[in-house]
Ligand binder design. Sequence first.
Ligand code: 13P
Length: 251
Amino acid sequence: MSRKNFIAGNWKMNTTADQARALAQEVVAVVGQVDDVDVAVCPPYTNLATVAEVIKGSNVKLGAQDVHWEPKGAFTGKVSCDMLKNVGVTYVIVGHSEQRSYFGETDETVNKKTKAVLAADLLPIVCVGETLEERKSGSMDKVIDRQVRGAFDGISAQDAEKCTIAYEPVWAIGTGETASPEQANQAHVFIRKIVSELFGEQISNIIRIQYGGSMKPDNAKALLAQSDVDGGLIGGAALKAGDFAGIVQPK
Ligand code: 13P
């Protein structure tokens, strides 16, 4: 089964509007015409409209880093799917480990967000991954199983097919420590098996699973060569267009 690789840059809480415009221009210059890999950038909310303008006409798509599940109303500080869609967003990251660990994200809120994103005809990137403690204590499989089943609870196979899953081991995020290609692939195979149990083998073969956690130009090739690694969700290295390009098209 060949799946088209999908590389997304998660800019996290980095870039002012001016910096975002400049970075997006550089990204378009280096990977804007790539068509054998899907490419997206996910700037902070305040820079979505700015980046949308810059990437127009290129193959780079726009993603948001989070969303609220309610359509509108008295939810101070939150942003809805319609608001994202209206500024040109295609993808929405949900359940990032930083949301889970710092901002009270639960499997239940990940599920609500995933459903809202799908209902708005946007494409979710659902993040899962174990902490170092969970890996060391042997509860990694249980945690990932819970996160995947929780995120997809009540979602149809037809909708599940539109989702990307990002496997981001928490211990590898921003630490410079990367899962080995074998470790990553093992987790991806495990995740695909859960998806297969939930939605059948055909859907599980379609869904792309990105790896995230200190992915860089020098380790991207080996990670992407694995059978079940279908791209990357890139943090730090996405803030330099040259490094990002080196992951989109690794040498
Ligand atoms: P780093 O690439 O900085 O480790 O971040 C990974 C990540 O969290 C992407 O969402």
